[in-house]
Design a protein around this ligand. Structure first.
Ligand SMILES: [Zn+2]
Length: 258
């Protein structure tokens, strides 16, 4: 079965600080190494999230099996960053409510950003993990819902919401262009009731709108696949839904929006 990994990172070690300053590293070499690595792991294509918008001012060569997404400056310069991303044909913009400290009072600004992204026919991917010291200050699923009320652009809820999976599921049921990726969460919440809720959500969505993802290098390619397969078996998810999650849903998404 063809595998598309809808969530990987560029820097090969799980160090978030490196990820956020990755423009200081040899980006083209990192892209090439990642491209080889996904092929070695039988993944036909991957979305690579680059969390440093400074790469938008660099000359980057994107290997064919990678789809690049970048952050944009939230506090300043997002207008210019969106233009630069559009010029480079980057179609997915990553928003990280936790790392970029996006609290409720900034939501109107993010809505403006979303409108500019929509004008360029882009997609937003919003980090939707739930937890950390700022557990009550940032919330990706809430931000996505806020944006969708007034700006009609596709949104990926990266990691699927964690314990907020039902919230993520319910907005995805109502908007056919809100997607969930399963990266990180299956491993992180394994053996907790959250995983049962992920299975419920996948079934409720009839296998649609969900993308397979690893969150490499925070979860290795092999480990991620093994949790995904355990999940499929344990919760009796059909072969058809499995294929949708691993391949078809993302292929369809690419055709429509990228
Ligand atoms: Zn990630």
């Amino acid at each position: 079965m063809k595998i598309i990994d809808a969530h990987v990172h560029l820097y090969p070690e799980p160090i978030i600080e490196k990820e956020c300053t990755v423009s200081e590293e040899p980006v083209n070499d990192l892209l090439m190494n990642l491209s080889k690595k996904i092929t070695k792991n039988n993944i036909s294509q991957a979305v690579v999230y680059i969390l440093d918008e400074k790469i938008l001012s660099q000359d980057i060569t994107i290997p064919k099996n990678l789809i690049v997404s970048t952050t944009v400056g939230i506090q300043k310069n997002y207008q210019l960053d969106i233009k630069k991303a559009s010029y480079k044909n980057i179609k997915i913009l990553k928003i990280l409510p936790y790392d970029q400290k996006i609290f409720r009072k900034q939501y109107p600004k993010i809505r403006e950003l979303a409108q500019l992204a929509k004008d360029q026919k882009m997609v937003l991917s919003i980090c939707s993990t739930y937890g950390s010291k700022m557990i009550y200050d940032t919330n990706g699923v809430e931000l996505a819902t806020y944006i969708k009320k007034s700006v009609d652009l596709p949104i990926i809820l990266a990691h699927g919401g964690g314990p907020k999976i039902f919230d993520a599921m319910s907005i995805s049921l109502d908007y056919e262009d809100v997607f969930l990726d399963l990266s990180f969460s299956l491993k992180y919440w394994w053996n907790s009731s959250v995983i049962k809720d992920y299975a419920f959500a996948v079934k409720k969505l009839e296998g649609s709108r969900c993308f397979y993802g690893s969150d490499y290098p925070y979860v290795s390619f092999k480990e991620s696949m093994s949790y995904f397969l355990k999940f499929i078996t344990k919760y009796d998810i059909s072969d058809e839904d499995k294929k949708q999650i691993l391949t078809n849903n993302f292929e369809e998404f690419k055709k429509r929006y990228l």
